[in-house]
Design a protein around this ligand. Structure first.
Ligand code: PLP
Length: 316
């Protein structure tokens, strides 16, 4: 099947994709070709409300005008710039992001996806503590790269790829006594979501989260809160951590960070200082294009209905 612009139909696009795709995605029967705000259109012209928010990556809606303008402008200036060289867009965005993160999170590592953010944060937890163990939650989801996958609970995602990284244990969510027994002097980090998304949209109890934070503090383990799904206003506050009054040591974020472009980040609490040089890195992380798009999250268009404006308010 040849795809020719102007003759596209759902059927032709679906057939073409199925002929060349890896097969890991169970494909739905509509081909989405355009989006604006909360709406998307298929190739046959049918309109839908995107209740998936593009798997949580379109909190600002599709094709937000401020994000589109920022991408268009930056694309003609500079798209790619390794982090070895400082860059104006990256510097500005890091300032904005650290100002918006829960108080005390003064540093960030910029990357390209949620799994990558978790992957990096797991490495940072081991580097910062010199310990190896990770305690994660049953029904938790943290991504599908080998390290992140080791912390993801669903056996059908994990088992075909074992052995994964050693030292990971899973305990029942919202059950503090199980976590209490699992966190030892060898635990580098406890990794939790504050609302388990993939695990069934299950919020953490306030007592549980306070208890997890206390146990981490007492035993020298880092509190690693995966806000990939819950971040950027998804739970009504900018960060779900704000509902619980906690500040994580490490906070992987992603999804709608750059208005729909692929980006992720790890928030790092200032008390940990900087990491040793050359211990981690990525070619595209912190590139000027995604930083320019991400900066638009806080760049409000000043209209009363502006999504950004509401997010800014929620941050206070
Ligand atoms: C809580 C959480 N962490 C990590 C990820 C992985 O993010 P990505 O798909 O960008 O690798 C997801 C994806 O849905 C997620 O919901």
């Amino acid at each position: 099947m040849t795809i020719t612009q102007g003759t596209l139909t759902n059927q032709s696009i679906i057939e073409s994709e199925l002929a060349h795709t890896s097969g890991v995605y169970p494909k739905r029967g509509i081909a989405i070709v355009r989006g604006a705000g909360a709406r998307v259109w298929d190739a046959d012209g049918r309109e839908y409300i995107d209740c998936t928010s593009s798997q949580g990556s379109a909190n600002l809606g599709h094709a937000h005008p401020a994000v589109v303008a920022a991408i268009q402008e930056q694309a003609s200036i500079l798209m790619s710039c390794t982090e070895i060289f400082p860059n104006d867009q990256r510097a500005a965005y890091q300032e904005e992001l650290t100002a918006a993160l829960p108080a005390g999170m003064e540093r960030v590592f910029l990357c390209n996806s949620g799994a990558e953010a978790n992957e990096g944060a797991l490495k940072f937890a081991r580097l910062l503590t010199g310990r190896r163990g990770i305690v994660a939650a049953k029904r938790g989801f943290h991504g599908r790269t080998m390290g992140a996958l080791a912390t993801t609970w669903e056996p059908k995602y994990r088992e075909p790829f074992e052995p994964l990284i050693a030292g990971v244990s899973h305990v029942a969510y919202n059950k503090l006594d199980e976590l209490d027994a699992a966190v030892t002097a060898e635990t580098a980090a406890v990794l939790i979501e504050l609302v388990q998304g993939e695990g069934g949209v299950r919020p953490a109890d306030a007592d549980y989260v306070q208890g997890v934070a206390r146990i981490c503090r007492e035993r020298g383990a880092l509190l690693m809160v995966d806000e990939v799904q819950t971040g950027f206003g998804r739970t009504g506050r900018l960060w779900a951590s704000q509902h619980y009054g906690i500040t994580p040591d490490l906070m992987p974020i992603s999804k709608s960070i750059a208005g729909g472009l692929p980006m992720g980040a790890i928030g790092i609490h200032g008390r940990h200082g900087t990491l040793p040089p050359a211990t981690h890195g990525t070619t595209f992380g912190g590139n000027p294009l995604t930083c320019a798009a991400a900066g638009q999250r806080y760049g409000c268009c000043k209209r009363k209905t502006c999504h950004d404006r509401r997010l800014r308010k929620a941050r206070i």
